[in-house]
Design a protein around this ligand. Structure first.
Ligand SMILES: NC(=O)c1ccc[n+]([C@@H]2O[C@H](COP(=O)([O-])OP(=O)(O)OC[C@H]3O[C@@H](n4cnc5c(N)ncnc54)[C@H](O)[C@@H]3O)[C@@H](O)[C@H]2O)c1
Ligand SMILES: N[C@H](CO)Cc1c[nH]c[nH+]1
Ligand SMILES: [Zn+2]
Length: 427
């Protein structure tokens, strides 16, 4: 089961090599590159080919029809619809606080500058669906986009069985305000959204989580379109002291491990006893897990337990790892929050399992993985804005600024720039 590492071994095995976009290995990137190039050149025909290759049956029509979307509401229980609506409300209130207005600044008497906040016009949201069904990802992706004022939200998701998407995905899409849904997933969906095909329109930005293939494809189309971040296979790190509950820790590690064989789970603790008890719990809880095979593969190959001398050492390792999720299971967890430097999202105390954030709490669950939380953040309203700066100078203001600008332009040996100012100033 979960392997124990010394701090040095952990650094060697998990921080030096594997934590640099680890999920995007060469082989995955090579496949993604080939598929993307084919889609760029051959549009729908290539998409069709790869849906058949990677996802089985090719639906006759890729767009989920208005009729299918209406019918979906009859196929989901009222209880689940209510749960989705309540979750959507929490996510909406959390993200509404991130809304921003354009700014205008008076910089002295004759100068005005500022920033225009403009929504990205057309956004593609990726909703994973290879081995599980993710209505929560529909809400997490689309709600901030709609709040920011995105005009068109296009959702893509693979079909797992038959040629229909799960009705709950369609209901979640209606609740969140998705305009169009296409039954295409994987690299081929990312390619179609980036380059546009006869059926699927090109978008301005692609957001959303996915497995290593999806994450690799997103990283490769960056530049043609915007992307949010590398949101690949799930991760959780738990920092725990001797008072933490091994039953909860094992449950939370399994909750992320069951996403994907490539998911990564970590325990940093001051207690050897807790490591032993967590190991025993992992064995026990996995035996009754429907996705046992996936969770066990993840725990056996991608996980680590590290005994540390004190909690500060645990934070040091976690900050270097920059996990997607960090659980702080120590006494007075709020007092430890200031020690977090790198993480996608933090969960405080034993009553805040990471799963509450996956579905319901409000913060976004689309988060940076494989060490990329060192420089990127979870999805937010901000991802759906462009911030356009502007500047106004009066004649008098330009006159005053001219000597400084001319001096700098002169040093840069850019005479054209210098003259553009010089020609306007008198005297
Ligand atoms: N970081 C985050 O914010 C976050 C949030 C939710 C889920 N996730 C992750 O999303 C992922 C969901 O994975 P999933 O597989 O269930 O769904 P997915 O939709 O991400 O990927 C499934 C698609 O991958 C493609 N694929 C599979 N094997 C392939 C191969 N050998 N070559 C080329 N393409 C291939 C297929 O087209 C398939 O439809 C998990 O890794 C989970 O941990 C991450
Ligand atoms: N834990 C995932 C992010 O890594 C999000 C999710 C959706 N559903 C369940 N979990
Ligand atoms: Zn999860």
């Amino acid at each position: 089961m979960i392997r124990e590492y010394t701090q040095e071994e952990f650094a060697e095995n998990f921080l030096r090599s594997k934590n640099k976009g680890g999920a995007l290995n060469e082989e995955v990137l090579k496949t993604a590159k080939e598929v993307l190039e084919d889609i760029r050149l051959n549009g729908d025909a290539a998409v069709k080919k790869y849906v058949a290759k990677f996802d089985d049956e090719v639906p006759d029509t890729w767009e989920v029809s208005a009729e299918e979307r209406k019918q979906a509401w009859q196929e989901v229980s009222q209880e689940v619809i209510e749960a989705l609506k309540k979750a959507a409300e929490n996510i909406r209130s959390f993200h509404a606080k991130q809304l921003q207005n354009s700014r205008i600044m008076q910089m002295g008497e004759d100068i005005v500058s500022g920033q225009l906040f403009r929504p990205v016009e057309r956004v593609g949201i990726y909703v994973p669906g290879g081995t599980a069904c993710y209505p929560s990802s529909v809400l997490m992706n689309a709600i901030p986009a709609v709040l920011a004022g995105v005009e068109e939200v296009i959702m893509v998701t693979p079909v797992r069985e038959g040629t229909k998407i799960a009705p709950i995905l369609s209901v979640a899409a209606d609740i969140a305000g998705v305009n169009t849904i296409y039954k295409v997933g994987g690299i081929q969906a990312v390619g179609a959204l980036a380059y546009g095909t006869e059926t699927i329109p090109a978008v301005d930005k692609i957001v959303g989580p996915g497995n290593a293939y999806v994450a690799a494809a997103k990283s490769l189309v960056y530049g043609t379109v915007g992307i949010d971040m590398i949101a690949g296979p799930s991760e959780v790190a738990v920092i725990a002291d001797e008072n933490a509950n091994p039953v909860y820790i094992a449950a939370d590690l399994i909750a992320q491990a069951e996403h994907d064989k490539s998911a990564r789970t970590f325990l940093f603790t001051t207690s050897r006893k807790l490591i032993e008890e967590t190991k025993a719990e992992l064995e026990k809880q996995c035996t009754v897990l429907p996705r046992r095979e996936i969770a066990e593969a993840s725990i056996q190959t991608q996980s680590a337990a590290v005994l540390v001398e004190n909690i500060d050492q645990a934070f040091e390792l976690s900050n270097r790892l920059a996990p997607e999720h960090l659980e702080i299971q120590v006494q007075n967890p709020l007092q430890q929050l200031s020690k977090v430097k790198n993480a996608g999202s933090v969960f405080l105390g034993e009553n805040t399992p990471e799963a509450i954030g996956d579905y319901y709490g409000g913060p976004n669950h689309v988060l940076p993985t494989s060490g990329t939380a060192r420089f990127s953040s979870g999805l937010s309203v901000d991802d759906f804005y462009k911030k356009i700066t502007y500047l106004y100078y009066s004649e008098k203001a330009l006159q005053e600024a001219a000597p400084q600008v001319i001096a700098i332009a002169n040093e840069e040996r850019l005479a054209g720039h210098l003259r553009a100012v010089e020609k306007r100033v008198k005297g």
